[in-house]
Write a protein that binds this ligand. Structure first.
Ligand code: URA
Length: 200
């Protein structure tokens, strides 16, 4: 995947441009674009899938239940959330209405492709040395190829530009587990993230 995207002046400028994006159908119904946050020169960029309902309303990535679990896992893995640039592959919340509730819909390849320009702009802005891909959508966006998560989790894979991507599960997948399954899933997630601790 090429990363020679134009470097935005600031995250604010990126958000304004992204807010106006109508390159796919997700922009119009969403409240706002949710771009990444973190230090300008973070060494590690952590990439999720797409903002959820809470993130869409707050305008900030990973502030809902998946974000709380991610925070706890990062802490257990020895990674300071404040030291990483945290973002998503897709910048607008995609949903369908169920009664009065907005239910998350996994983005399709069209949306991921349309949004790649914004992820590339963030990568150009931050210039991280390494990435963590949370789930298949992030892994595909970062690596430019389908990357089955269960077969590749816990491994560092190389992007076309040579920078390494640690593949792991998405915290939302863990939120669907119960009891021992949840505890084991969380421990394995923390183990995966621990591999990136020295790179944050
Ligand atoms: N899930 C994601 O992938 N990103 C968020 O920001 C929130 C939930």
């Amino acid at each position: 995947m090429a990363t020679r995207a134009a470097v935005p002046r600031s995250v604010g400028a990126l958000k304004a441009a992204c807010d106006a994006c109508r390159d796919c159908p997700l922009g119009e119904p969403a409240t706002q674009a949710v771009v990444g946050a973190g230090p300008r020169r973070a060494r590690l960029m952590v990439v999720g899938e797409q903002p959820g309902d809470r993130e869409d309303l707050a305008g900030q990535a990973f502030v809902g239940p998946a974000g709380r679990l991610l925070d706890a896992a990062l802490q257990r893995a020895g990674i300071d959330r404040g030291a990483v640039f945290l973002t998503n592959a897709v910048k607008h919340f995609g949903f369908t209405w169920r009664g009065k509730r907005r239910l998350h819909e996994t983005p399709g390849q069209r949306e991921v492709d349309a949004c790649l320009q914004w992820l590339q702009a963030e990568i150009a802005f931050v210039a991280p040395q390494a990435f963590v891909a949370l789930g298949a959508t992030a892994a595909r966006a970062l690596l430019g190829r389908p990357t089955p998560v269960l077969r590749n989790r816990g491994q560092w894979l190389a992007r076309d530009d040579g920078r390494p991507v640690l593949v792991t599960v998405h915290p939302s997948a863990l939120l669907r587990l119960r009891g021992d399954d949840f505890a084991q899933g969380l421990a394995a997630f923390v183990d995966d993230l621990g591999q990136a601790a020295g790179r944050a």
